[in-house]
Write a protein that binds this ligand. Sequence first.
Ligand code: MSP
Length: 523
Amino acid sequence: MLLTTAIDYTNGAPHIGHAYEKIFADVLARYIRLRGDECYFLTGVDQHGQKVQQTAEAEGIHPATFAAKKTKLFLNLWKKTGVDYDGWAETTDDRHKACVQQILTSLREKGELYKKGYKGHYSVRQEQFLTDRDRNEDGSFGPEWGEVVEIEEENWYFRLSAHAAWLKNYVSSREDSVIPAFRRNELLGAVDRAGEQDLCISRPKERLRWGIEIPFDPEFVTYVWFDALINYVSFAGYLAADDAGLPDFDKLWPADGSPTPLHIIGKDILVPAHGIYWLCMLHAMGFPDEQLPRLLVHGWWNIRGEKMSKSLGNVVDPDQLADRFGPDAVRYYLARDIVTGKDSDFDPERLVMLYNQELANELGNLCNRALNMTGRFCGGVVTTTHEPEAQDTALRESLAKATADYREAMDRFDPSAALKAINDHVTHCNGYAERNKPWELAKDAAKKARLETVLAHMVESLAHLTVLLSPVLPEPAARLAHQLRMDNLLSLKLDDLAWGLIPDGHATGKPKPVFPRIVIEEE
Ligand code: MSP
């Protein structure tokens, strides 16, 4: 299955919203593979457009140099935070340019494009013409549009309106066209916009040079969104030569009823970019409905209820955050503290609190106790042959429930609920240890069998939890597997998670803290 994210603008540095989306996608990709399914994870950067040209000009450098410099920041961040993609999309890539140009040529041949003159208001910031719908009640254009200028020029247009009726029917009839459901309703409320006017897909070179040339009219470049959206097919091998080093398109965009691509995007780019332009573009390109992608829409991270913005000076830098608290704490927090589709407030104090409480204290404590006592009291050897008591059966049931809940949550793209399911079992295990007190059992030789059973249940739980945690925290999971002397855990699939992963007589390793507590120095 193809899993994509939005490609990030290279007109600035990555912020926490970019990091969330890529980490979210990385978690899902790893989970899909854990479930035993194939997943091709594509992400990248959106390097063209007016903003990049303008910011580069302000710095006195070529837009290509500027975009390459910013691209590096994204590449470094994904490396630092363990975002492990299979395909990397850069819109300046020649293979992408060739694909965009072939699509433009073929759409023109089909009569989907035409040229006309137009006079109207244009938002420099949003790089688009504005309509009366974009005006405030008093007739003015709001600050979100930035500088608005009146221009008159000829351009190429895509017959968006010709696809409006189809779009409405498609979105209303396909339940998983947009996930979650309330975001689909949002699109349904806006689909009529597609019928209002056609989409301007070119910019004259005298105004914007930093884009992909229109192949049949070299005085124009392609509108940045038209270019960027195509990354989802160009880097999946659409219209590519066999030796282009790109994947097999038919496999990633199947039309045979198997899961279609999943585009992970933020709420701001559902309407009109993905929900209207992209779906209509694909339809115009001749894609049948069964082949169309699903749009998985996430909410935004805000700061105390307010949008993050450069002007408010409240933008959170994920790179600094990872340096300060460690990449694991950042991954955990971003996966844990947001409900998919909804907004959340970014709060570094919650990051520290959730990490310290759920990982350093609860899970860390369980690891430490289970491995430490197995080492001290049983020579590191796990014995699994004694009859379980009611408490042991209850622990096994708790684990089975946690695994089922985790699976159900991940299948509906909700890592936060999946992590809560994991934590429920961790809490159960720590309670089990408190009730059974293996440290007391160890003092009485007659209770050896009971001691071994209790520790075996804790160690077995740890093995399962390691696997379940691996999509969110792959590195700590590898360290846990290693301490358990069960490196093979990380090649298991979800269906392999039945009781009895740890064989009788297995020797575990020594515990080393996997989740060191974050200590904040008083400022
Ligand atoms: N380049 C376009 C996308 C083209 S996709 C063919 C773009 N880039 S962006 O850099 O502005 O945003 C990239 C992604 O980050 C988008 O999905 C956007 O919704 C997401 N986020 C931007 N700010 C965000 C938050 N504050 N919180 C969560 N995600 C946010 O749009």
